[in-house]
Write a new protein. Structure first.
Length: 202
C-alpha cells in the first residue's frame, strides 16, 4: 500500500533531496535523524541505532518525562533550524523547491484516514461522548482546523514539519537522554508550531 500510494517514495525523496541537504548544513553534528546508507524507490537502509544505544520506549512506558520532552524539542529545534538556514542560503522556500515531494499523505482523499475518523466518530457516538449534532459537525470542524493550520494566520515561520510525532517515531538513549526522529512519510511544509504542539501533546 505504501509503495502504490506514493507514500514510501515520498519518504525516500525527502531523505535523498531534503535531509541530505540538511546534513550539509549541520555537518551531522546534531544527531537528530538516522544515517542512510542506501536509498531506492522500494528500499531504505539506515544505520542500526540500537548499536548506538537508541531504542523506542517500551509499550508500558506511556508517559514521557521532562528530560524526554527536552530531548525531543532539542532535536526538533535542530531539524527546524536546518529548514530556516536552507531557505536563507538557497533564497527559495522549501515549499517552492520541493512542493512536488511534500504532498498530503493523511487527509484529503486517503481512504484509510477517513475510515479511521469514522471509527472514532462511531465510538464517540456509541459511548455518548458527543451528541448527534456534534457528530455531524465532526468532519467539518476537523478539516476547517487543518485549513486554518495550513493558512498560518498568525504568520509563524514555516519549516519542514515531521507531523507524526508519537512513541514509535522517536528513539532515545538513556544517559544522557538524546532523541532521534524517524519516519518522515507525513512531512509537510507548515508552521513550526505544528510539531511543537504535537510534542507537547504526544
Amino acid at each position: 500500500m505504501l509503495i502504490n500510494s506514493g507514500i514510501f517514495l515520498k519518504e525516500v525523496r525527502i531523505y535523498k533531496e531534503i535531509l541530505s541537504a540538511f546534513s550539509e548544513i549541520d555537518g551531522n553534528r546534531d544527531f537528530w535523524r538516522p544515517t542512510t546508507y542506501l536509498l531506492r524507490d522500494d528500499l531504505l537502509v539506515f544505520d542500526d541505532l540500537t548499536l548506538k544505544n537508541y531504542k523506542i520506549l517500551d509499550d508500558n512506558q506511556h508517559d514521557l518525562c521532562k528530560k524526554h520532552i527536552e530531548a525531543i524539542l532539542k532535536s526538533f529545534a535542530s531539524f527546524h533550524a536546518c529548514s530556516i538556514i536552507f531557505e536563507k542560503n538557497e533564497k527559495i522556500s522549501i515549499d517552492e523547491k520541493f512542493h512536488e515531494i511534500l504532498f498530503e499523505t493523511s487527509v484529503d482523499d486517503i481512504p484509510w484516514f477517513h475510515s479511521g475518523l469514522e471509527v472514532i466518530r462511531q465510538v464517540a457516538l456509541k459511548n455518548a461522548l458527543i451528541s448527534e449534532s456534534e457528530a455531524e459537525d465532526f468532519y467539518e470542524c476537523l478539516f476547517n482546523t487543518i485549513k486554518i493550520m495550513e493558512s498560518n494566520p498568525f504568520h509563524i515561520p514555516s519549516v519542514l514539519c515531521h507531523r507524526d510525532i508519537w512513541k514509535n517515531n522517536l528513539m532515545f538513549t538513556s544517559n544522557p537522554i538524546d532523541c532521534v526522529i524517524i519516519d518522515y512519510q507525513t512531512a509537510r511544509y507548515l508552521p513550526l508550531s505544528v510539531d511543537v504542539c504535537m510534542v507537547i501533546f504526544c
